[in-house]
Design a protein around this ligand. Structure first.
Ligand code: NI
Length: 187
């Protein structure tokens, strides 16, 4: 296992459509997943897509901490060849950050309810439904497979900011704004 270097905004690999995984017997696949888990943990991220570690394949990891999902943790999930469809008409804006866009945060509109389908490490198809932060994380990570970073989804660039500046300004107002490695925690 190894902690892999993270690709940052501007890298060509983050602009490309990643390729479908077709060979689930390839030993490189579990090796990649192990390295991605280690890399995500080391960076304290809640999600990581293979292009962020220099591999242009449709492989994504994420988890949802209990405090961001009404007390219900979504355990670490590996998604291969994921596909998303919204299950309702609503979108909502909230703060996002990205390990490939370090230091910055911004408000991004996302579907609030989705169904997502993916293959697991054995190639078995799984189907899940998600709402709110869980749905947001899945949409953010899957965008990485299509060359999309969250600033490209923002409709009002005025909210794009350095997390530590927002934190300092909140402090000056007598408020506490908690940040994690990924950016601003939702209030
Ligand atoms: Ni990201």
């Amino acid at each position: 296992m190894a902690v892999l270097p993270l690709s940052r905004m501007g890298a060509e690999i983050l602009k490309k459509r990643a390729l479908e995984v077709t060979d689930f017997a390839d030993p490189a696949l579990p090796a990649l997943v192990h390295d991605m888990v280690e890399t995500m943990d080391a960076a304290h991220g809640v999600g990581l897509a293979a292009p962020q570690v220099g591999v242009s394949q449709r492989v994504v990891l994420f988890y949802v901490p209990a405090q961001r999902n009404g007390g219900a943790e979504v355990p670490l999930t590996l998604m291969i060849n994921p596909v998303i469809e919204p299950t309702g008409p609503d979108q909502a804006e909230d703060w996002e950050a990205c390990l490939s866009v370090p230091g910055l945060t911004g408000r991004v509109p996302r579907w609030t309810a989705i169904r997502y389908t993916f293959q697991d490490i054995k190639g078995q198809t799984q189907v899940r439904e998600a709402k709110d932060f869980h749905a947001r994380v899945v949409q953010h990570e899957c965008d990485h497979l299509d060359g999309v970073l969250y600033p490209m989804r923002m409709t009002d660039m005025a909210s794009l900011a350095f997390g530590d500046v927002l934190q300092a300004e909140a402090k000056a107002r007598g408020q506490v704004l908690e940040l994690d490695e990924e950016g601003v925690l939702p209030e």
